[in-house]
Design a binder for this molecule. Structure first.
Ligand SMILES: [Zn+2]
Length: 83
C-alpha cells in the first residue's frame, strides 16, 4: 500500500529491455481506471513504459531497493537518516 492508500503494482522490465542486473521489481502506483498513461513512474523515479514491462502477481527475483525504501512506512528504528 502506498502512503496515500493507493494500490501499488509490482512491475518488472522485460527480458531484453534492460540487462539482467536491472531487471528488478519496481513498485508503481496503479493509475486510475480508464486512464492508461503512456509512461509510468516507479516510486524510485524510474520511467516504465507499459510495453516494456510485465506486471507481476508477486515478488519475483530482486526487488528494487529504492522502491522498497519509498514504500516503507516511516518510523523510528527502521532507517537511520543517512543524509
Ligand atoms: Zn524502483
Amino acid at each position: 500500500m502506498g502512503e496515500n492508500g493507493g494500490m501499488l503494482a509490482l512491475v518488472r522490465l522485460r527480458r531484453g529491455v534492460v540487462g539482467e542486473s536491472r531487471r528488478v521489481c519496481h513498485l508503481i502506483p496503479v493509475p486510475g481506471a480508464g486512464a492508461v498513461p503512456s509512461r509510468l513512474t516507479a516510486l524510485c523515479g524510474e520511467s516504465i513504459f507499459p510495453g516494456e514491462a510485465e506486471v507481476l502477481d508477486g515478488l519475483r527475483g530482486m526487488p528494487c531497493h529504492a522502491c522498497l525504501m519509498e514504500s516503507a512506512p516511516p518510523g523510528p528504528g527502521l532507517l537511520a537518516d543517512a543524509g
